[in-house]
Design a protein around this ligand. Sequence first.
Ligand code: FES
Length: 386
Amino acid sequence: MDRVMQGAAAPSSAPPPPPPYWLLAELTYRCPLHCAFCYNPLHYDAVRNELSTAEWVDVLRQARALGAVQLGFSGGEPLVRDDLEELVAEARRLGFYSNLITSGVGLTETRIAALKEAGLDHIQLSFQDSTRELNDFLSSTRTFELKRKVARLIKQYDYPMVMNCVLHRYNLPHVGKIIDMALELGAEYLELANTQYYGWAMKNRDQLMPTLQQVRDAERVVAQYRERIGARCKLLFVVPDYFEDRPKACMNGWGQVFLGVAPDGVALPCHNARDLPGLDLPNVRDASLAAIWRDSRAFNAYRGDDWMQEPCRSCDEKARDLGGCRCQAFMLAGDAAAADPVCAKSPHRHEVDRVIAFAARAGSAGSAGFTPPAAVEQPILFRTDA
Ligand code: FES
């Protein structure tokens, strides 16, 4: 079949981009959980035409030929796909380092044994909290005990125990207990990533946004644990962007490292690129991955710094933060090419400060953990089923 290039950019004299390092294969948006901070698109249920096994195999081969070496199987819940083992085996044949990013739901002993046999390198298991009550509330499922069983299976099958817990105002006060739970389950690595506000988390931002005091208290607890446990478990604490005064170099630079493929074959320069206007995102069903990566308008839109406006254009820090996050700029400033409003130099920083001030007025979540803050009238919204 002829491959037609979608959204092709005008020929440019710019040097070719480096090869993508990391392929994120979002196998499906289907998921048994309904997390209040899910980063999947709000209208994910409109995506029904998932790539077939053969199409995914082709994507993996093309990505490897382009130079990608790290492969994440993600979603949704990738275990919903019953061809996962076949894709893992192909990834192993191609020489990828493969990582399964999972809620644990569906990871039975039969499947973990098959995934091991197929050559899966790494499993990252998510928890929502250290308590059953809050874990189950935030995911709108009864999955806490099941996740603990899966954690034991992961150890039993000799995988490095890598856990992830998304933090927000409800569970930040539990951070010490979350670390205790991770240690009890034998975690060697725990990612404590504060919610970033995209997708469903953006919908629930007033509900989830912590106070500055909560973030600082949690940071202190993590520092104390680091000192106490040393190398036994590596603790990564990611501060919410809103509490920084300089933005992150999102995706390590647009079109530099990260190549995502959505369940329907749409190629993504970042997880949330579907929500940005005017990108004309290409699809692996219509174009080769090499053409998408090198030539498509979407992947070239924010490469380099030609697209930057002031204050980024003349900023002496632009090589470090690359202007920050395009999705955050669009959501908070209404312009994807604006400086990330998280930056203190952005003329839109007041939007971030307004949200932080609201969170401070709303107070902390209290010891019960999930009592909605009094100042927030709207109930928390859970990702709904397709
Ligand atoms: Fe899209 Fe940051 S999440 S550029």
